[in-house]
Ligand binder design. Structure first.
Ligand SMILES: CC(=O)SCCNC(=O)CCNC(=O)[C@H](O)C(C)(C)COP(=O)(O)OP(=O)(O)OC[C@H]1O[C@@H](n2cnc3c(N)ncnc32)[C@H](O)[C@@H]1OP(=O)(O)O
Ligand SMILES: O=C([O-])CC(=O)C(=O)O
Length: 454
């Protein structure tokens, strides 16, 4: 109980101080040539590393000019379209194969893939008492928060948590890839039980199932799923697994690992980064935003009405008043994100089966009109298009997956990319990341307490 202070008044007064004393005039950034957000003046990223893992192309630079092109994504040099076509043609799941490729740099033979799957299966088991003590005992309303805490908790159960030998780091990475779906599913069940007063379902993973199949089994009370559902989730996992070294969460793993810390610390930090609504959290925001669109747009096929509503959103007059149309725009892609194109095709297949084509049409209208309205209203030359998050949440929604799980599913996939980058940072990084901040605070004298003004 506070005796002399009104906490709210203190907070209000000190919030004002925090605002005033942290505000740096916008014009000082160009003046000191600060690469805000680690970007060059044309929006391209500042080059801070080299990678052999993911290759993201959204523009080319010719004679210092940024030229938008159709997006392309390669994992270890292999085009994402070809990779997807490859495993889909033979009807096998792709996420484990993609993870192998990302981690080790080459496609697995049948034998190597079988061995990798066997190791993943045996690594899924959480340490004794972990589910009870670390997940069920301390549930969270937010699954990403619970996931980050669970990752940090795994440190305590690891006899060689700090070891940086590649074999040890690889073991930790494989365990994390295998355990993410389990920890996420159980964290979700704990939340549903504690906060939503649902029955508690803790199913065991089934050794014969893929990552996607096991996840669907674990989140559903009856453990059931169809072949198409598992195929679509698996595809989403492949498409989300990696995105070069510069995306916010992967870069986080590079920054954190560069100080010579442990794998659990780096991966937990990456989860915190991915959670943000400008990054992986956008998939959840898109679906919430589209619910708002559905309520506020009477005729989803009336392009003028859709356009007027988009204008309001971008003008910060509607939805969450941030001015952002979630699921559009990207730091690298301009004309298109190849993953959104692949997801849209699959979405059509699913939506026809589930009878939700009218909603697909509304998404399509927003995807088409959003960039045009953005350009006009903001008077901005930046070419934007739908990113991977635009359709992923909608697909999960059609699969009957709870919105709490949309961003965790992204994490479940991206952990493969993070792991590959952690290995790359250890092998090839070698220097602590330490950019510069110019201090612009005026220097002043220390004032003794009795001379300070009230
Ligand atoms: C997996 C992923 O992480 S994919 C990205 C998921 N995130 C989203 O979908 C959220 C919506 N999109 C965005 O916020 C942005 O496009 C980002 C963060 C993805 C990329 O941003 P950047 O390339 O850094 O562009 P930047 O932030 O410089 O944007 C330039 C201007 O365009 C605006 N802008 C960018 N995207 C959008 C958008 N989707 N809707 C409205 N305005 C936008 C910005 O607000 C900014 O306006 P300002 O100059 O008035 O401040
Ligand atoms: O690359 C980025 O900036 C965002 C990202 O992770 C992705 O699109 O998958």
């Amino acid at each position: 109980m506070l005796k002399t202070v009104n906490y709210q008044e203190f907070l209000d007064e000190h919030s004002n101080m925090a605002l005033t004393n942290n505000r740096i005039p916008a014009e000082q950034y160009p003046y000191f040539n600060v690469k805000r957000g680690l970007r060059n003046s044309d929006g391209t990223g500042v080059l801070v590393g080299l990678t052999e893992i993911g290759d993201v192309t959204g523009y080319i630079v010719e004679e210092h000019e940024k030229i938008p092109v159709e997006g392309a994504l390669r994992y270890r040099g292999i085009s994402i379209d070809k990779l997807v076509a490859g495993f889909q043609a033979s009807g096998r799941p792709g996420f484990e194969e993609a993870s192998y490729l990302l981690l080790f740099g080459d496609l697995p033979t049948r034998k190597k893939l079988d061995q990798f799957n066997e190791i993943l299966e045996s690594s899924r088991k959480l340490p004794a008492g972990f589910v009870e003590n670390m997940i069920l005992e301390a549930p969270s309303r937010n699954i990403m928060n619970k996931l980050a805490r669970s990752i940090l908790a795994l440190y305590s159960y690891d006899d060689d948590a700090e070891g940086r030998a590649i074999t040890n780091v690889l073991r930790q990475c494989i365990e994390l890839i295998a355990r993410f779906p389990i920890m996420i599913a159980y964290a979700y069940q704990a939340k549903m039980h504690n906060y939503n007063k649902k029955s508690l379902y803790i199913h065991n993973p089934d050794p014969g199932l893929s990552t996607a199949e096991n996840f669907l089994r674990l989140i559903r009370p009856n453990k059931e799923f169809t072949k198409l559902e598992a195929e679509i989730l698996d595809l989403a996992l492949v498409l989300h697994a990696e995105h070069g070294g510069g995306n916010n969460s992967t870069f986080t793993t590079h920054v954190v690992m560069s100080s010579d810390t442990d794998v659990y610390s780096a991966i937990a930090a990456a989860v915190g980064s991915l959670k943000g609504s400008k990054h992986g959290g956008a998939n959840n925001k898109v679906v919430a935003m589209m619910e708002n669109f559905k309520e506020n747009i009477k005729d989803w096929n009336d392009l003028d009405e859709v356009e007027r509503y988009l204008e309001k959103v971008i003008n910060k007059e509607a939805y969450d008043k941030t001015g952002l149309v979630y699921g559009l725009g990207h730091a690298v892609y301009t004309k298109s994100d190849p993953r959104a194109i692949i997801l849209y095709d699959k979405l059509n297949e699913l939506a026809k089966e589930k009878g939700v084509m009218d909603e697909v049409q509304l998404y399509r209208n927003v995807e088409k009109l959003g960039p045009e309205v953005f350009k006009r209203v903001k008077n901005n030359d930046k070419i934007i298009s739908a990113n991977v998050d635009f359709y992923s949440g909608f697909i999960y929604k059609i699969l009957g997956i709870n919105p709490d799980l949309y961003t965790p599913i992204f994490a479940m996939a991206r952990v493969a990319g993070w792991a590959a980058h952690i290995l790359e940072e250890i092998v090839s990084g070698g220097r602590i990341m330490r950019p510069a901040y110019k201090a612009v605070c005026k220097r002043r004298e220390y004032v003794p307490m009795e001379q300070r003004q009230q």
